[in-house]
Design a binder for this molecule. Structure first.
Ligand code: KIV
Ligand code: ZN
Length: 386
């Protein structure tokens, strides 16, 4: 029997915490619309109390984007939760996501609270959030370095207070797959009431294990995976959603899970996020990198030409990488030009498109074949002139 795994996207919250990244409300809205098209179950739109800009972006997304849950982050305090609710109140499906740390190291040095105070704060936060919305997610920050017995007590108390989702973050990317899977299995068997709620994981990539840990957790019974497009996020980033989704799909024989993701929208989403955040995608990045479906050696090229599956475990069209041999040159029209730009993640208004198209025609007169890199240079120059 196939199990549905929910995809919680935090590109606009944890992803935006990538050093050097700052998105304005318009850019966030553009990404949120594309995430809805991609079919994620939850968009974490921001951290409303963090700044007026974040508040407004969450509010704009909550007001406009439909067919998806919109979440806002809040620490376990009433001011944060009230602010999150204010930003989310017009959402079709609002979720308040509240969190507090549960590891000894965080409780002692960061929160300066004892374990009983942490439980009290968690319960009060969930109850406050529940007074506004039916859908409340509770995260035990630094869960993977928390003591199991204590963590189970906190999660049990949060569920009894009304949490509908409990999230087990590997906040500092310290876990390893076998250990994390075992941790999830223990939580599932020890926490009373856990069968009534969604069990989520949120893995960071400090040791390059975020995707592996997320998949191990799913195999152990987790039902929601949190991550960001292109794996962006705090420090080394979050689990890359496109990798988690394509692993669950490609190896469905092993995981037996489905997601609601429209995989053909993956490439476009990835490009849009890269373009707007200014965080380029490494060429050898799995699933969406420039080389992910490129074959260099003669032996590989020969194999792929004879039968694609010799060296390709996914069909590039599945993730929205066009296989059409549409070569752009001086005879190409505006329609093909716009279409290719959309595939590369650019949505231009008519004025921008006209200007970019003129530049393209001028270049095409000098150069026989226009590459994606040429197109990117043209558009970047038009949209972000120095
Ligand atoms: O990494 C983390 O623990 C977080 C929480 C706020 C969920 O981002
Ligand atoms: Zn995080």
């Amino acid at each position: 029997m196939t199990r549905r795994v929910y995809i919680f996207d935090t590109t606009l919250r944890d992803g935006e915490q990538s050093p050097g990244v700052s998105l304005n409300a318009g850019e966030k809205l553009q990404i949120a619309r594309q995430l809805a098209r991609l079919g994620v179950d939850v968009i974490e739109a921001g951290f409303p109390i963090a700044s007026q800009g974040d508040f407004e972006a969450v509010q704009a997304i909550a007001r406009e984007v439909r067919g998806v849950t919109v979440a806002g982050l809040a620490r376990a305090g009433f001011a944060d939760i009230d602010r999150a609710w204010e930003a989310l109140r017009d959402a079709e499906q609002p979720r308040i996501h509240t969190f507090i740390a549960t590891s000894p190291i965080h409780m002692q040095h960061k929160l300066r609270m004892d374990p009983e105070q942490v439980i009290e704060a968690a319960v009060a936060a969930v109850k406050r959030a529940k007074s506004y919305v039916s859908d409340v997610e509770f995260s035990a920050e630094d869960a993977s370095r928390s003591e199991l017995d204590f963590l189970c007590r906190v999660l049990e108390a949060a569920i009894a207070a009304g949490a509908t989702v409990v999230n087990i973050p590997d906040t500092v990317g310290y876990a390893t797959p076998q250990e994390f899977a075992q941790f999830i299995r223990e939580i599932l068997s020890l926490v009373r009431g856990i069968e009534k709620v969604v069990v989520s994981v949120h893995c960071h990539d400090d040791l390059g294990l975020a995707v592996a840990n997320s998949l191990a957790a799913v195999a152990a019974g987790a039902t929601q995976v949190e991550g960001a497009i292109n794996g962006i996020g705090e420090r080394a980033g979050n689990a890359a959603i496109e990798e988690v989704v394509m692993a669950l799909f490609t190896r469905r024989d092993q995981y037996g899970c489905t997601t609601g993701i429209r995989t053909e929208e993956i490439y476009r989403t990835s490009r849009l996020v890269a373009n707007l955040t200014g965080m380029p995608i490494q060429p050898n990045k799995a699933v969406v990198g420039k080389n992910a479906f490129a074959h260099e050696s003669g032996i590989h090229q020969d194999g792929v030409l004879k039968e694609r599956t010799t060296y390709e475990i996914m069909n590039p069209t599945m993730v929205g990488i066009s296989q059409s041999n549409l070569v752009l040159g001086k005879h190409s029209g505006r329609h093909a030009f716009r279409q290719r730009l959309a595939e590369l993640g650019y949505e231009l208004n008519d004025q921008e498109l006209n200007k970019a198209f003129q530049r393209f025609k001028t270049l095409a007169d000098k150069k026989k074949e226009i590459t994606d890199a040429d197109l990117e240079a043209i558009v970047e120059d038009e949209l972000r002139p120095v």
